[in-house]
Design a protein around this ligand. Sequence first.
Ligand SMILES: Cc1cc2nc3c(=O)[nH]c(=O)nc-3n(C[C@H](O)[C@H](O)[C@H](O)COP(=O)(O)OP(=O)(O)OC[C@H]3O[C@@H](n4cnc5c(N)ncnc54)[C@H](O)[C@@H]3O)c2cc1C
Length: 457
Amino acid sequence: MTEFVADVVVLGGGSGGYAAALRLAELGKDVVLVEKHKLGGTCLHRGCIPTKALLHAAEVADAARGAAGIGVVASFDGIDPAGVRAYREGIVAKKFKGLEGLISARGIRVVHGEGSLESGAAVRVGDDVYRGSDVILATGSYSRTLPGLDIGGRVLTSEQALDLDVVPERVVVLGGGVIGVEFASVWRSFGVEVTIVEALPHLLPAEDVSSSKALERAFRKRGIGFQLGRRFSSLTQTESSVTVSLDDGTELEADYVLVAVGRGPSTAGLGFEEAGVRLDRGFVQTDERLRTTAAHVWAVGDIVPGLQLAHRGFQQGIFVAEEIAGLSPVLVPDVDVPRVAYSHPEVASVGLTEAQAQERFGADGVRAYEYNLAGNGRSEIIGTSGIVKIVRRVDGPVVGAHLVGDRVGELITEAQLAVGWEAHPEDIAPFVHAHPTQSEALGEAFLALAGKPLHAL
Ligand SMILES: Cc1cc2nc3c(=O)[nH]c(=O)nc-3n(C[C@H](O)[C@H](O)[C@H](O)COP(=O)(O)OP(=O)(O)OC[C@H]3O[C@@H](n4cnc5c(N)ncnc54)[C@H](O)[C@@H]3O)c2cc1C
């Protein structure tokens, strides 16, 4: 056995782990980053980036289909899966190269191999032990499935769905959360017949109900089917098709089934509990400073209960790095982390839903205003419909923002500042939004809540 020493050892080089490593190195710490696969983790290789490349290909397909309607001569002649793959892999490869360069330029020692936690803030990789003053756990998550539903053959997780080199005719998507909705959107744009099955009453059930309903209207218009409030019961597959049975007896036949029912923490068999790290249903239990129950062992990213998003992982990684360096940073609570589903249309939000705000401040203590994108010139030009809904406390700050429409993911930052800085609509109303932009819709909502609507009644 060889023992190596570092200031900090990070286990897992995905969004949370590599962000921690980069910030620690910036703060002058000697860092070892242990990664069993590729730096960048789920987000770069199997998540955010490749799926958004697919969604962009889907957007181009839709634009080609709709070109004649705006006087552009073009035609949609189909999808070339190999071409889409080459485009997607090219983007990932470039970002991966950039990340590797950055990690190396910051002097971070990368150890390639599968690590496990050892008592006393150390990580074992094969026969070698890397001991730090602190260890950060960032081992990420995996696609979950349901009892009686084995992955394989025509039953896919998002990982196999990304790798699919055919455009199927019919797909059933189990789960109407972000991943399910994004794949459904891509496939529909590629010409696939799609049905989403969601056990809860709405698509994107964690979102404000107005956003879910607006998305459902848009999906219905696009011909995306969905079965809401229905549970998966059983599945049979043959060489050429899959049949999914639901709890009400409905049978859905398809070429493939995507299982998108959530992601579990990758923490099993890594020595966490043996080293004193308490788990709850596999998730690492931490205090509000992201300390685990083992001294000098921290956790970030998808293994920490809460939103499973790359940018939450980034900020937790930066937070822990600064905490270790004694800088007393502030952790942004999950509710103030922006959330975006990049479907067509996009759904973006930050802060509380109207129902959550009413629960917290009382029904009379909350006011919500919904501005319809039909009144927004830029949205009309790009051919999108949707809503901007702002929730405020009566005579108080903005506590939530909920947006639906193409490209609204790019608007969520302004809403985040409003929620994060506890701004009152009256404070924001005087700021000017460039015309014609979709951001004017946010401006209109703030103006209306400040009692002086412009292009609204
Ligand atoms: C299809 C899909 C689409 C997504 N889209 C988005 C999006 O658009 N926006 C967004 O914000 N989030 C998105 N996400 C979520 C995002 O990918 C995750 O929240 C993020 O990757 C979590 O970062 P992490 O560091 O916790 O874990 P990961 O990124 O999973 O990284 C964990 C790393 O640890 C390594 N590892 C695990 N165990 C060991 C071990 N024992 N030894 C060594 N290395 C180990 C893994 O190989 C991996 O590289 C998406 C996820 C999926 C699946």
